[in-house]
Design a protein around this ligand. Sequence first.
Ligand code: GTP
Ligand code: MG
Length: 486
Amino acid sequence: MILNDIMEKESGKVVIVDLEQRAPARLPGNADTVAAIATPPGTGGIAVIRISGPSALELAARVFRGADLRTVSPRTAHFGRVIDEAGTVVDEVVATVFHRPSSYTGEDTVELSCHGGRAVAAAVLETVLRGGGRHAMPGEFTKRAFLNGRIDLVQAEAVADLIHAETRRAQRASIVQLEGRLSGFVREVREKLMQTASVLELSLDFAEDDVPLAEPAEHRRNLEESKRAIGMLVKSYDSGRVVREGIRVVIIGRPNAGKSSLLNALLGVPRAIVTEVPGTTRDYVEEAAVVDGTLFRFVDTAGLRETSDRVEREGIARTMAQLQDADIVIDVVDVTSGPDVEILLENERRWLSGIVPGGVGMCIALNKIDLKPESAVIQGAGMFPISAVRSTGIEELLAWLQVRARNLQPPLEDQTLIITNMRHRDCLARADEYLGNALEALDDGLTEEFVAVSVRNASDALGEIIGEVTTEDVLHAIFSRFCIGK
Ligand SMILES: Nc1nc2c(ncn2[C@@H]2O[C@H](COP(=O)(O)OP(=O)(O)OP(=O)(O)O)[C@@H](O)[C@H]2O)c(=O)[nH]1
Ligand SMILES: [Mg+2]
């Protein structure tokens, strides 16, 4: 694209790149008609079978007895019956008709609401498929919405996030993106960059005429401004990740300290295997739990010690890897493992400082106080006397986790834009880097051409976020995360 522009200009023609030329390839006109159950599996009041595509109306009319769905007004609902080829009534349904482009997918769409229940919905869907539809792939309705220009990629991804959102915070972050805030920001910055690139390229053509179209200082100001805004978004990913994936609380300690018992106590259900044999946990065990609206991921790990057992050594290596990803670490100490708890703690602290990465929130759970009640008096910041098997002190530990969590995630009211998606972060980070290159090229006094190439690259990286520059691989990766019927 860039080469093309430059070549055209060299042949004497000045071309300002047309934004439309960079629009993504849209859905081919010969798309087929697809159908799927759009409601979750299981029994409910109603189930919805969605049919979308160029022949959605004919297909629905073929299996529906009632009003002629091909001629009814759009956005109207009609009671009737679905019948199979043999003329047998499959179910009574309400059909809702949407005409393109005013539907979720942007195509002609009919939604058949039938009675809830796996068998009924499956029978209605089967009848529709036998009538000539194809079963929709996971995420295909949303993919079509994207390909038909109804939504951009960020919004499509927000739909998936919204479906998977486990907490109110995650849900709010998704809805902000579904409303197009991130897309709006990206589009704005991208347009500015494309303008800058065009002006830079133009000044190439008029170089001999000695009429500077824009001062380098002005370019610098524009580029710096964009880079700053992008950089802030990249940084927001750290808090965004927490909103989306939850806060990783990694439980470590010596073998037999009671790590698995603590995991079970925190979850309130026996999840990890607990035995009196040191070295029971060989791999890490991860379980999510929502505590007061905050998503935590508790990770139980293999106890840390010198060992010649190969499996246990591998488990320990995995524990060390988990520590690198931890937001918070709980170290479990068995108070019965030594005569003097103070000395025990001192050794423990020395040991911890060698393995826990800096900046990670940390506390020590003094476990098994039921066996040594006198050690419950030990006080200190981030120090919790507990009994994992009796669930003593767990409330206090959870309260502390909540306080730490609040520092890690943005407040609920906060409307500022945050990035929660790794793909977006990567695109933004690349744009940031390209802008860095562009600024360097300006500093080094390189020709406008060099600067413009980097600016175009930055703008393409931004275009990838909203799907204006995209590949089939990216689309596949995004839409395969959806469930069927969405
Ligand atoms: N009395 C008492 N026993 C406990 C407590 N917590 C754990 N235990 C016992 O200590 C033993 C080890 O507990 P686990 O939870 O398996 O310990 P772990 O740290 O996961 O051990 P590994 O996976 O082998 O490293 C078991 O016999 C538990 O019943 C506690 O609070 N009080
Ligand atoms: Mg264990």
